[in-house]
Design a protein around this ligand. Sequence first.
Ligand code: NAP
Length: 288
Amino acid sequence: MKKDINGKTKIIGVIGKNIENSLSPLIHNQIILKYSLNFRYMPFQITETDLGKAIQGIKGLNIKGVNITFPYKEKVIEFLDEVEESARRIGAVNTIVNNKGILTGYNTDVFGFKKSLQEDGKFAIKKKKTVIFGAGGAARGVIYALLEEGIEEICIFNRTLEKAKKIKQDFSSFFPRSCINAFSLEEENLKDKIKKAHLLVNTTSLGMPPKIDDAPLQNQNLFHSNLLVYDLIYYPAKTLFLRRAERAGAKTINGLPMLVYQGIESFYLWTGFKPEGKEILEIIERSA
Ligand code: NAP
């Protein structure tokens, strides 16, 4: 078993801002260990001013590839040589592959979100109504996934209204029959939209450290028992958003299954090796 680092070891990793609590290194290094692969997965904590230099460094150090996480999924695109078609449409990249010095961006969040929603959330997307909090890089992947699967209505609520409107504008051209509405977080329509919704998704960073006492929805009376409430955050495992939803009798799901499934797709792009998602999820749930 190749447990030791040697001259043939290939490096993969994750680039992000607050990644001390990221479970990606655990997930990928567990896969590497389980299947005796000669790779190592490293965390790279980078400031925004260093993002361009870090991406160039992937070429310079012949790193095989990286995940891109909060908050650089959109910003990173300008530093890439190529962007795969669906990632270009989404406008967000969470995986970079280095193929002989050519850096190509992909989005595996779409796959991860869809699989977790269907398999772990037991949620049939078609003809459902949803409320999404947030309009950043992760929101773009989530909304794209829902549109691909025929969701009936998407209402985006975001602090910066312009970003929600931009998603509506960008995605309406790819999905001309879609019904996307953009609102600011303070919008009074929120109550009515949640009442009619089947799915509520937090794609904001509210609830992750250091904002663990925060949540995108302040009025906890708006949760109801017909909702599936999904928080993309996985650390802490139960955010304030999910705890409030549970108290109202709603079914909940956190971001861990999505993280594992998107990670497995990324791993496949770097190594050509695809582990079984459920098996890895169980290992991570036991060891996280
Ligand atoms: P991002 O592009 O930086 O977007 C952040 C979003 O949060 C924006 O909509 C932003 O609103 C909102 N936000 C931030 N601070 C806020 C505040 N104080 N009040 C209201 N809204 C606020 O980040 P991202 O890449 O989309 O990631 C967002 C979250 O999803 C992170 O917690 C990340 O860890 C998680 N995530 C999880 C997975 C997974 O696999 N489980 C995958 C992807 C992302 P503005 O537009 O107004 O700035």
